[in-house]
Design a protein. Structure first.
Length: 144
């Protein structure tokens, strides 16, 4: 598979092609964060951990494997549709942790209260922004 085809296949995990929403890209900051936050949702794998704290809207992401790859949180924010279901995608993005094994990073976001946040933890190659879908956990949902 060519690099372009592999990249296109990897990004297919993020959002449907019909979406006109622009992805948000962040890289964590290991020097700041919500150190005392209680997490509302987490995903844990052999290569890392990704969590979200509704209070303060902090993501935490940890790299737990010296594999040369970067854990990444892929998140989606939904508002209610006319029927009252959370199906209208309003924002989505990626939070990369690039500081290496045995480090934790933080990313603060600003979300509208009352929306539905879904996220998963994946393992990717930050330099090419490639995320094989086979590395991703299932989605976890919480309030934003």
């Amino acid at each position: 598979m060519t690099v372009a085809a592999a990249t296109a296949a990897a990004w297919a995990i993020a959002v449907s092609p019909a979406s006109a929403i622009t992805a948000e890209y962040d890289v964590t900051d290991s020097d700041s964060g919500g150190y005392a936050h209680q997490f509302d949702a987490c995903r844990v794998t052999s290569y890392g951990q990704g969590c979200f704290a509704e209070y303060g809207e902090w993501f935490s992401i940890e790299d737990t494997d010296a594999d040369g790859k970067s854990p990444v949180i892929v998140w989606y924010l939904y508002q209610k549709d006319n029927a009252g279901d959370y199906t209208d995608l309003t924002r989505f993005g990626y939070i990369w942790h690039t500081d290496g094994n045995n480090t934790e990073g933080w990313q603060n976001k600003s979300f509208t209260d009352g929306l539905r946040l879904e996220f998963k933890l994946c393992l990717g190659e930050h330099t090419t922004r490639t995320i094989p879908s086979s590395t991703c956990t299932s989605l976890v949902a919480t309030k934003a």
